[in-house]
Design a protein around this ligand. Structure first.
Ligand SMILES: [Zn+2]
Length: 211
């Protein structure tokens, strides 16, 4: 982190009232997601800032939750799990609904959802073929992407806000896979794709290019 003045990684900004605790069921989607997550941890694209002791990075996979009216529900890693080397089922949760105007997220699972859940939801809304969203942190990748003018959201927009949700939709512009940097969320980079493996490959490509 070059600048810690606006350092608020991990701080939940959405309304957390609609959270019901329940166990996380095993599923093919979840095991796929966890496999990729643990690889990202080993690459330090998900992890913890050593000085601030704050975890970073999260990822999600589209999941049709049985009772959800929202067609774009998903499984996401829980808040404050970035520092854990190996996650288990209990570290993931279902986001069954969300509302940008109300800045609200409905969560069912063993843990509260990642602080960046609204951004993930906004991306699933962009295209029904988007199956996975990965959010990593890397100073080198983030700076490199901005220097190279790769797709990015404005520096004025902080993470975890309804404004970010709108901004990522504008940048994604209907694509079903791609990468973007969040200029207003230091070190913050997102990849999204039709499969979680492809979203991971996009991360690997950025890693090889900039690290
Ligand atoms: Zn972040």
């Amino acid at each position: 982190m070059a600048d810690t003045n606006n350092f608020d990684e991990g701080v939940i900004k959405f309304n957390t009232n609609d959270f019901k605790r329940q166990p996380m069921k095993s599923s093919h989607q979840l095991s796929q997601l966890n496999d990729i997550r643990n690889r990202l941890f080993r690459m330090n694209l998900i992890g913890e800032y050593p000085i601030e002791k704050v975890g970073f990075g999260n990822l999600s996979i589209r999941y049709a939750y049985p009772t959800s009216q929202n067609l774009n529900s998903f499984i996401i890693s829980g808040t404050q799990t970035g520092h854990i080397a190996q996650l288990g089922n209990q570290d993931y949760t279902y986001v069954i609904d969300y509302n940008f105007e109300k800045n609200s997220v409905a969560v069912r699972g063993p843990v509260q959802a990642s602080s960046e859940s609204l951004t993930h939801g906004a991306i699933y809304q962009c295209h029904s073929d988007i199956q996975a969203v990965i959010h990593v942190h890397s100073q080198a990748i983030w700076q490199g992407m901005l220097d190279d003018n790769l797709p990015h959201t404005s520096a004025r927009i902080p993470y975890g806000t309804p404004e970010m949700a709108e901004a990522v939709q504008t940048v994604i512009n209907g694509q079903s896979s791609g990468v973007l940097a969040m200029a207003g969320h230091e070190d913050g980079v997102i990849t999204f794709a039709e499969t979680v493996e492809h979203a991971f490959t996009l991360c690997e490509q950025l890693y090889r290019r900039y690290i």
